[in-house]
Design a protein around this ligand. Structure first.
Ligand SMILES: Nc1ncnc2c1ncn2[C@@H]1O[C@H](COP(=O)(O)OP(=O)(O)OP(=O)(O)O)[C@@H](O)[C@H]1O
Length: 341
């Protein structure tokens, strides 16, 4: 059994809007083990980035509150001050952002940006730093590392920029990397290459990876476990095999149904309409998904939905999954749930 690197327990992160705090991450718990890829999946607004930034402690502290625990290496990250956190961030926990052009400094060469991280966390000499930087650029598959060392971000293609950002994230051999939508801005072929690269680095370093994505098809090939988030909560979690073979929560089933495949071409995709509620308007007591599946009777939902273990390591929130089915087109059983309350 691989050892746990990061243990998140009952993490709740709330943002201040006006004078009230609203939770964007609500009582989230999961563990990332060494050499494991945990995919956090959910559509826009589910709280994935808020979760990632909570782990890295990158939220504006004046407007954000994080409660619960994030255990890393015998310490609770939420209790560290900024100086202590700076020693962990970038060294032991790396982060890859969605859009490298925004995350990288446009005025600094790639080489200098990698060396900046080494400067902060290591005592390498100038020559050693350059050697390590070239090594890193080679490792992430950049074809002319000496040339790229001297280039600025805008001189590289999207895929190469993402590789450069990965080299910054792994420069100090972190135990865990959080990749927040690392392939969304890239075309499909490059996406596959970047995911292969992360897998390849992991096979050498045994680092844990949290892969954040809205696209379940991305995780099928690379992840070990999936955490499905909806409206700030974990609604289903389990091994990739369990989730793909036996998805239960209506939201997970809807995400899986929205993956286009050859067999889907003839039949229409069963996509559930609607959007994730905003954090200020979220129902904090009932099932947060119920308004998007109004044809499911109210009694099918729990009052305060809990996570239920349905198979070893496979958890699903709310009992509504037991009565869920996709509504057929023109199904008359549709009714407005808000009317029957
Ligand atoms: N700094 C903030 N202040 C107030 N609300 C915020 C803040 N950051 C995020 N939110 C809100 O929290 C919710 C979760 O946002 P988050 O960015 O984590 O979603 P996401 O799943 O990562 O979506 P995306 O894929 O679009 O990034 C959203 O309703 C968002 O509007």
């Amino acid at each position: 059994m691989n050892k746990a690197i990061l243990e998140i327990e009952n993490l709740t992160t709330s943002f201040r809007i006006g004078s009230t705090y609203h939770a964007a991450v609500d009582d989230v718990s999961f563990t990332v083990n060494e050499n494991e890829i945990v995919a956090v999946v959910g559509e826009s607004g589910c709280g994935k980035s808020a979760l990632a930034l909570s782990i890295m402690q990158l939220h504006n502290k004046q407007r954000t509150k994080s409660e619960g625990t994030i255990h890393y290496n015998g310490q609770n990250l939420l209790k560290l001050n900024e100086t202590q956190m700076n020693k962990v961030r970038g060294k032991e926990l790396g982060m890859i952002f969605q859009e490298p052009l925004t995350a990288l400094n446009p005025l600094m060469t790639i080489g200098k940006q990698i060396e900046e991280n080494l400067d902060y966390h290591t005592k390498l000499s100038k020559d050693e730093k350059k050697k390590r930087t070239i090594e890193l650029l080679t490792q992430v598959g950049i074809p002319y590392p000496e040339r790229t060392y001297k280039q600025f971000p805008h001189e590289l293609s999207g895929g190469m920029r993402q590789r450069a950002m990965i080299s910054i994230a792994i420069a100090c051999n972190p135990a865990l990397v959080i990749a927040d939508e690392p392939t969304t801005a890239l075309d499909v072929t490059i996406q596959a290459q970047i995911l292969d690269l992360l897998k390849d680095i992991q096979s050498r370093t045994r680092m844990g990876i949290i892969l954040i994505t809205h696209d379940l098809s991305v995780v099928a090939e690379v992840a070990d476990r999936i955490v499905v988030m909806y409206a700030g909560q974990v609604v289903e979690t389990g091994s990739v095999k369990e989730i793909f073979n036996n998805p239960l929560h209506p939201y997970t089933r809807s995400l899986l149904n929205s993956i286009p495949s050859a067999s889907h071409e003839k039949n229409r995709l069963h996509v559930i309409e609607g959007i994730v509620p905003s954090i200020a308007k979220m129902d904090r007591i009932g099932c947060r998904f119920q308004d998007r599946i109004p044809w499911i009777p109210r009694h099918a939902h729990e009052e305060r939905p809990q996570l239920h273990e349905v198979a070893k390591g496979h958890f699903v929130r709310c009992t509504c999954y037991k009565e869920f089915y996709f509504q057929a087109e023109g199904d008359e059983s549709t009714h407005d749930i808000t009317q029957s309350r």
